[in-house]
Ligand binder design. Sequence first.
Ligand code: ACO
Length: 272
Amino acid sequence: MSETKKVVRVEKYNGVTTVFLNRPEKRNAMSPALHEQMDQTLLELEGDPDTKIVIIRGEGGNFSAGQDLKEFFRGLEDNPAEAKRMQEIANRWRWERLYNYDKPTISMVEGYCVGGAFMQLLATDFAIAADTAQFSLSEVNWGILPGALVAKVVVDNVLFRHALYYSCLGDAFDGKEAARVGFINYSVPAEKLEDEVAKLADKLMKKSPAVLRATKQAVRQVRTMDFNQAYDYLHAKNMAIRVNDPEESYRTGLSQFIDKKSYKPVQGPFTL
Ligand code: ACO
């Protein structure tokens, strides 16, 4: 590994933990060291009782310029064993770990979001960008196809025509276009981005953690199930929450609505 300094930075505040890709001088391009530190950091935060929500963003005004072409590609060319090990780590945090994460995750995108960074973008539960953010599937412009899982997760998330267009052209598009085609939830003026992400995190913090976790897992899992499997799985999952939920959400939510009349579910969650 050519780099040992800290290239991931963590900030914790009131249950919301922000993880910064921290190579601003390289537009947060992802080096082997960054992948190893991200993988380890996310693993630790998943078990951290002080972390309820994880925000992923980049230091210095850019989300990430994708894989580090010098260190991740050229630097590993002559060492296939290390290249394979690094690819596994890079894929693990950007996809399996985030996709199955026990806590809600938000991508906060400003500046560049390029190539391999679409994996963490699309693995997180929510994504909000600045109107001015610049997204690009630039692979075609320098000589590879959108590899690892990029092409797959892109076509799974946006309409086929958009996936083909942006993969084959590599053209940069802004936050408004990213929202229009479905890469992100919505975009806001750059100066409001931090506030919007904080607002979303705050709303998520007020939900029952067990119900929120089960909901995000269920929505992901039913994508690939047929109707009978989904009926069965969703019933079993609902039952599972009732026996493994410190908030006893089902009983508490019903009681606050029916007996105490203290809230209305359409207008917000019950009080934890
Ligand atoms: N890999 C390695 N180094 C990078 C990367 C990258 N992906 N992106 C930026 N850098 C480095 C530059 O080489 C430069 O380093 P230097 O100061 O040592 O010369 C530094 O970061 C700043 O980059 P600039 O190009 O000077 O910054 P600028 O703001 O003008 O442009 C931009 C930023 C548009 C992101 C440009 O750097 C770029 O096109 N980078 C390549 C992005 C890319 O195609 N990534 C790979 C996607 S494919 C994949 O991830 C599998």
